[in-house]
Each structure stands twice: as structure tokens, then as C-alpha cells.
Ligand binder design. Sequence first.
Ligand SMILES: Cc1cc2nc3c(=O)[nH]c(=O)nc-3n(C[C@H](O)[C@H](O)[C@H](O)COP(=O)(O)O)c2cc1C
Length: 352
Amino acid sequence: MHKALKTSLTETLGCQYPIIQTAMGWVSTSQLVSASISAGAFGFLAAAVMSPEECEAEIKTIRAKTDKPFGVNIHAFQPGIDQIIDMCIDYQVAALSYGRGPSSKIVDKVKAAGIRCVPTIGASKHAAKAVKMGADILVCQGQEGGGHTGYTPTWLLLAQVLDQNLGVPVIACGGFKDGRGLAAALTFGADGIAMGTRFMMTSDSPTPDTTKAVYLKSDVTKIPVSTKLDGLPQRMVLNETLADLENASRLGLLMRAFKNGMKYKSQTGMSMAQTVKTAWAMASKTDMTLGQTMMAGNAPIIIQKAMVEGKPSEGVLPSGQIAGLIDDLPDCAVLIDQIVKDAEIQLKRIGG
Ligand SMILES: Cc1cc2nc3c(=O)[nH]c(=O)nc-3n(C[C@H](O)[C@H](O)[C@H](O)COP(=O)(O)O)c2cc1C
């Protein structure tokens, strides 16, 4: 293996290659994580959309398949968060990833247990704060990236963060799919890459074939950012449902949020009082309005239509723009092998 592929990321997380498979709700399940880590990447289980019971079952499934290290992704305001944190400690998972930061109490607790903290940031102003809070590795996601995303393109964000010399490994994220991208990120000064969409578009991801077919046909210019799903900028493939959300009035969006909120309530068993309490807790501790948090509660129903039920036109498809450049569904072993080979070719080409 080319020596440039051994970085502070592989050392810190104990994986073979400097490639992270990121957490994607209903996509980064035990099936995808066990495949990505067996192939030499470092994978995160998308536990932010799981109950503590589901999370524990998924951790056990990964452990039954491989002893390679992996991480868990959480959301600070998800129900059962304290139980999931204790579980990460009990099962000695290698890392915790998060977007909106959990409390410093949670970060201190997991770090004391030897778990690495790997936040994703989308703006350079959040980098120093995340490191001060305890980040061991920073994933910098540029605007090309899938799901919730910021406004700074990947290479510009990376330059801004690297220039701050924060003393932790910095990972490039948003728009990566191949060895060229990995070699470019390493030569740019990053310690590795993190990919979401590319891992979702593998034969190992649980995303239904009907939905994968839409991703395969997507066009790089038709994967816009919209705030209409949950009030926060999120990149998704433009389809009927997204166009519909974009055209809906504010009241229409809230009515939809309320209707789907009731459905979600019956799915999760959360009472209306609990739902409002969770929304209120989130609204009061973040800069989101109560309306936004109601819409956020609505989002899982719409996402699952595409990502779980296999009805892509009835749901939304979170996606990086890179989906427009992907036209195959290899398994993780083939994908990682090709990325490593291509990165080595590029690194040798420039004389490394
Ligand atoms: C289908 C999908 C679902 C996602 N769900 C989550 C999630 O639950 N939590 C999270 O932190 N990020 C989520 N993301 C963002 C990814 O983890 C990752 O940061 C992003 O996809 C990177 O950009 P790329 O797709 O260009 O590789 C999601 C992305 C996609 C494409």
C-alpha cells in the first residue's frame, strides 16, 4: 500500500484506509456498516433514527460479522439518547459522530471511555468550537454533500479549516466517489475522505432497488438544496415530492407536518405530549423555531417512503450532487479496492 494512505485518520480510528462511510438514516444499517468496515473503511451506524433497542441489535449484528472497529452516529435530541450513549460505552464502539453538538457532558463522558468524537461541520466558524468541545477528528462537509449541508463548497471549506491548524485530523467530505478524489484530498492536506452517497449507491446498502434506480438516473444539476423538508438546508434529488414541497405554502407545510406527525406518533408510540415536549426541547436549545421542529418531526415519514418503502416518487431522496456522476452499484469490497488502486495511481503519477 502507498505510504500516503496511512494517515492520522487510519491511526486514530484503527481502519485500513483513510476512508469514512458516513451515517445516513435508514441506509447506514448494520448491513452497510459491516460491509464497509470489512472492506477496510471506517463506518458509522446511523443510530440517530433508531431506538435504543434497535441500536443495540444493530451493534450486536455488526459484532457478529466482524471485529473491525466502527462508530455510532447520534442526534443530541433523539429519544433514548442517554441509553444509546451508555450502550456505546458498554460495547466499546470506537467513535461517536454527530452534527448538532451534544452537550459537553456527553462528549466528556464518551471521551473518558476512550471513544473518539468525530463531528461533522459545514462552516469554518464551527471548526474551532468543535475542537474546543472535544473533537478528535473533524469531518468538513462542503455544500455538494448529501443530506443536511452548508453553503461553502468542499475545497473552500477544507482550505478554511486546514488554515486554522487546529491540531486534529481533518477529513474532506462532500462530492467524493473515487481514488482521484482521495488522492486530491490527501495532497490538499486532508487526512482522508468521508463519503455518504457513494456508499448508499452500493449493492451492500439496504436502499430499495426502485429508489437506487432513481439515484442512478439523477443529474448533477438537479440535486438542489431545499429548506422545505424540515426547515434546514438539505440536498435532495429533485422529484415530484420535492417539487410539491417547494411549491407548498407555509400553512400547507405545517398542516402536512401535523398530519405526518400524528402518523409518526403511532409508529414510535410517542404520545402527543411527548412529541411536543421533544419538539419544544429542541426548539429551545437550538436556533430552530417550533414550526421548524414540527417540520423536522415530519421529515422521517417522507424520507422513509423512498428510502425504506421503495416508493421514490412518494418520498424524498437525500443525496449529494455526486449521485449525478455515479452509474454503478458495486459492493463495498470492489468499491474500496478500486478507490485505493486509483488513488495509488494518482499519487505515483505526481511523483509520490
Ligand atoms: C441518504 C442520505 C441520508 C443521510 N442521513 C444522514 C443522517 O442521518 N445523519 C447525518 O449526520 N448525516 C446524514 N447524511 C449526510 C451524510 O452522512 C454525509 O455527510 C454526506 O452524504 C456526505 O456527502 P456525499 O454524499 O457527497 O458523500 C445523509 C446523506 C444521505 C445521502
